[in-house]
Write a protein that binds this ligand. Sequence first.
Ligand SMILES: [Zn+2]
Ligand SMILES: [Zn+2]
Length: 749
Amino acid sequence: MKVHQFFFSVLLGAASLMLSGCNQHTLFRNGASEYSIVIAPDAPESEQYAAQELKNWIAQVSGVELPITDLQGGQAGKRLVVGYNAITEELVPSAEKPSDRDDAFTWCNEGGDILFWGGSKRGTLYSVYSFLEEELGCRWYSSKVSVAPKRETWSFGTLYNHEEPSLMIRDNCVLDVRNQPVFSARMRNNFVKLPSLDGKGTIAGTAEGYWGVHAMGYFISPGEYYAQHPEYFSLIDGKRQESYAQLCLSNPEVLSICIEKIKQKMREAPDYLIYSMEQNDNMRPCQCEACQALVEKYGGESGLMVWFVNQVADAVKDEFPDKFVGTFAYQYTRHAPKDIVPRENVVIRLCSIECCMLHDYDDCEQNKSFAQDLKDWSAIAPHLYIWDYVTDFLLYCLPTPNWKTLQTHLQDYVNGHAIGILEEGDYQTPSCEFRELRAWLLSKLMWNCNADVDALIMDFTEGYYGAAAPHIREYLEMEDRILRREGMHTGCYATVAHEMYSPEFIREGRRIMAEARAAVADNPELLKRVEKEELPLCLLQMEHLPLEGIESGADTMFRRVIQQEGISQMTEFQPNINATSYIESFQKIAEDINNAPHFPAMKAEVKGEKGVGYTRYEGTFKSTAEMLANGKVVKRGTMPTIAIEEDENIDHFGYVFDAWLKVEQEGPHQLRVATDDGTVVMLDDKEIINRDGSHSPQTQTAIMNLEKGFHRLCIRYFDDHEGQVLDIQLTASDGYKGPLPEERLFLVE
Ligand SMILES: [Zn+2]
Ligand SMILES: [Zn+2]
């Protein structure tokens, strides 16, 4: 975007507001209008589509169906002129005819006529949408929720707006946009083609596409080539690799096959702008001498990649002067090369997968290396394209408070000359936290990276959540305050165990959401939208504070929202962890609490000191019973709480811990043990957890009703070989949640 033009249009917008005192033209009044929508007879289908949208939305606002006629139809001064045509030339002679694929647009009036134009493929349509939003108050908050405020009348004096996008290609890669072409166009995302007017296909040219991803493996697949030509693939440890390989880029035959195949693809599928010539999704580049000599020469693996892709770009340039060859700066090719620069018709797709989403690029230790790469690439690459990550792919619904950095990261991309962006969100499942708000905000920011985020959030929340809006904003501010607190960082692969998700956050979140629900209790549709946003909190509460979760109905709300929204998949790669598995595990917790055994206190009072007694064993055993029978006692003593020696070089040892556990408040208590290798937990001489045996880390949970007073806790642990883990988490009925606290453990006299 040319920023000065944006501000210019803002100023003109303000001027038009000031002039609106003299609204001498009336588009409609009391269900009647003298206006027609006018369109050239040879207007492309995309502009006919724009005229249809203008007609439909004006009808929803006013109740008037305006006729659509050709340029001779309609009465001068009472026309809505859609598309750049003879009337535009006549009334606005200073306007130049835009190129078909230009997304910039203008709408303005000349007397009583209103003119809408931009590039015929999308710009004109965006002009119509912008007018409907700015002047008539229409909103498209999601593919399902649109707003067309009813009006008795609408008049105007001076109208003018001109906008240009911040980025040429805007790909909001979430389910509700990628799979919803109508909504996608309304959001001015241009990665998905418009549906044709007869609803049977799509309209050519209405998207700016990036063909393919990781396409090197598609052009030269091991299935097709490995048997005859193993030398086309990565040499690793002296062997040409068949699977999880990259291509041997220094091999001239690899280059000529890639050139032929990408040309073929450009001929077969000509409607794209950029064609992938991108590395496969693994970290195993070729180690052969010729490849590594080029890596050395050009300052890293990206140098070899650019050397290769430049040759492809040179070979396709004459036949396809308007197309780009795209390649990755991803993982092992993320750092920019030296002594080589990408050609003019090469697009470098830089991926932010390692970045912290909570902080600006210049403002976070974890982002420094990416920030440098972004600067280095923008200094040498004529065209950058960003693959950005905006949600949590290990569990889509986890709270990800990147509300501020969605904008600052985008601004950095635009300042680094990015021409396009793929914002990867919940592309597989409708389960991302605040998915509609996130998608809407991203669409608005991809169009104008300098838009006012607070104003956008205000607009969305008021329109989408109704009376719950102030509470939703309070929640978003709380997320920002508590989850982005000092020392917190998160990338796109956080788990429920991330320390951001503290009891304080969960409790505060559910408190605010309860107020939000109460505010819309009489409106079932809005209540559904609010409850949906509580899903992550319900899940976190059941995971971290299950006793409170069951008491507050987090398990039933979780199940209800999952069913209402039709959510099944919840993570990108782990099919076994899905909505059903969570529902089942929460059901089990509810049953365990209902059936929790009662433990009367063994003592009302303990006079001894704080601490835990332990006996350390050494020896090779396969269970704690074997340890007790055959292990050698090497030490006895006391420690403040239960802990084992954690050192990867130490194997074949074990402990028996013995202590009084002080219970502050009668009620359900949960103990959760993660152990590698085996652990057995006895409470008041009853076995409550048994994860004995030699194994990698496993967890087990026990829930008991404990009487106030002292309970005897005896834990046997052993390590066989390799990793050793003993992590015990207590959730108490008085609200405590965390490791066994020192102040509740007392020595057994
Ligand atoms: Zn090689
Ligand atoms: Zn950070």
